[in-house]
Design a protein around this ligand. Structure first.
Ligand code: SF4
Length: 256
């Protein structure tokens, strides 16, 4: 299947706000506060005991929560983002907003032209639709290799992954050793629900990607992300033409 553009167009017809419309009930406020306290403690511990540590900010809702926590607590944790060159306009807008809102200069990593140019010349600009192999090769050049450079000489890295996001993230630990990259990996929001993420964003007026208002719960590169329908897996809009089991980009290898 090439891309499924027809169904994406059909979905766009009924785009409305989604996560932002949650009701801030007492129970939700309490559970979010409890998890925020735990995340703050963990982040402070990482900054203290795993320096130099770095946070991979993909500009998704979860990552904006972590950005808010790290910046507000003035923690000694670097914050970086991968610019694959294929991100949606809304994500670039959010990068600019992060700078104006927090005064934060994101450390941006871009693909190595020596890897990317031969891949595009040989396979074409949208080759990722043709096979899982070609898709993973694109993800390698645009994401995995830049990530490896971002993690060089670090003791720990932090992500905004949550266990509830997809089948591939079921049982996600808060802490594990990332053997592939040779450092500790922390997921401070591993046990957060989607509602708790949005409760935090709403309560603290955290800036977020405008695509979240249009049924994009998980946002990656523009050609590989589409909107989803309510009740669908959060990451079902990512690489939607593939089987759920293959839907990771190689950034997050599951700990054994
Ligand atoms: S998400 Fe798509 S465009 Fe982005 S790096 Fe992976 S295959 Fe390439």
């Amino acid at each position: 299947m090439k891309a499924g553009h027809c169904s994406a167009a059909a979905l766009r017809e009924r785009q409305t706000t989604m996560s932002i419309n949650i009701q801030l009930t007492e129970g939700l406020i309490a559970s979010t506060a409890e998890k925020t306290e735990a995340a703050n403690k963990l982040l402070a511990d990482i900054a203290r005991n795993f320096s130099p540590a770095t946070f991979a900010n993909s500009l998704g809702a979860e990552d904006m929560v972590l950005t808010d926590l790290i910046v507000n607590a003035k923690l000694n944790i670097e914050i970086f983002s991968l610019d694959t060159g294929r991100l949606p306009l809304e994500t670039y807008d959010l990068m600019a907003q992060v700078k104006s809102h927090y005064g934060l200069k994101l450390k941006i990593f871009t693909p190595r032209h020596k890897l990317l140019e031969p891949y595009v010349r040989e396979n074409g600009i949208n080759a990722f639709y043709e096979s899982v192999e070609l898709r993973k090769a694109c993800c390698h050049a645009r994401k995995v290799e830049p990530l490896q450079r971002a993690l060089e000489s670090k003791k720990a890295w932090i992500t905004g992954m949550r266990a509830q996001q997809s089948a591939t993230r079921d049982g996600l630990p808060v802490r594990s050793y990332d053997e592939g990259n040779g450092l500790e990996k922390f997921n401070p929001l591993a046990d957060w629900s989607e509602k708790e993420v949005w409760a935090y964003i709403k309560q603290h007026a955290v800036p977020y990607n405008a695509l979240h208002d249009k049924f994009y719960p998980s946002i990656g590169c523009a050609p590989c992300t589409r909107s989803v329908t309510p009740g669908e897996d959060v990451r079902s809009g990512r690489w939607w033409w593939e089987n759920p089991e293959s839907k990771e980009c190689g950034l997050h290898v599951k700990a054994k």
